[in-house]
Design a protein around this ligand. Structure first.
Ligand code: B16
Ligand code: MG
Length: 216
């Protein structure tokens, strides 16, 4: 028996799919700098912080920029991204996510968000899910990126639940590693091949039940 008391959810790829908006904005930035990158390369940006994403993209384009220019470029990309997420609607919630959050809370489990994004509060508000989280820990509240466990440990602490009684839902390998490093159980959202180490892997929250939570 796992004795899970709290669930911690990643945002992009678990609750909503903002990856397409990140991709469009990063692609526009790369094109603005005179190069492009592939969808396959874009996969490597999932779950990765804004600053690290820019470093990777500049490497792929063979472009070097000063720290000051990098700050400007990251801000420019974010302004385009923020414009796009203003239009997000509740129908962009991934299948089963809202229903599972509601079922979890009805079963007495605590819920937290554990995301790398600094835009998580806007996104949750646009899709109408803010009220289903007891705690929101995101890129504004942490200094170390996944696979460092900081984001999940801060979530557990804010909820007042020991890490061993927390279960994380993650779609990125760095996030699965972060959860394990924090001493938590983790359900991977994706494929077992892409998410080694996850206790269980499912295609999405529509495949998860309260019964499964207590058997991981
Ligand atoms: P922002 P998650 C991550 O969200 C995204 O997967 C990643 O592509 C993005 O770079 C990162 O948030 C930072 O987002 O630029 O909005 O601060 O999967 O950790 O919920
Ligand atoms: Mg994610």
């Amino acid at each position: 028996m796992a004795n899970i008391k709290a669930l911690i959810f990643d945002l992009d790829g678990v609750i909503v799919d903002t990856a397409i908006y990140h991709y469009k904005a990063w692609k526009r930035l790369a094109n603005h700098l005179g190069f492009d990158f592939t969808e396959e390369e874009n996969e490597k940006l999932k779950g990765v912080s804004r600053v690290r994403s820019l470093e990777l993209i500049l490497e792929w384009g063979g472009v070097t920029k000063s720290a000051e220019e990098q700050k400007h470029l990251a801000d420019l990309k974010n302004s385009w991204y923020v414009d796009m997420i203003q239009e997000m609607q509740p129908d962009e919630i991934l299948p089963g996510a809202k229903e599972f959050l509601e079922a979890a809370r009805a079963a007495g489990l605590k819920t937290a968000l554990g995301s790398a994004s600094k835009n998580s509060e806007t996104i949750l508000q646009k899709v109408g899910l803010t009220h289903l989280f007891d705690v929101i820990i995101d890129g504004n509240k942490v200094s170390a990126s996944k696979p460092d466990p900081e984001v999940f440990l801060k979530g557990a602490e804010a909820l007042g639940i020991a890490p061993k009684n927390c279960l994380v839902f993650e779609d990125a390998l760095a996030g699965v590693q972060a959860a394990l490093a924090g001493g938590m159980k983790v359900i991977g959202i994706g494929t077992a091949q892409n998410l080694p180490g996850a206790n269980v892997v499912v295609a999405g929250l529509h495949e998860v039940s309260i019964e499964l939570v207590q058997t991981v």
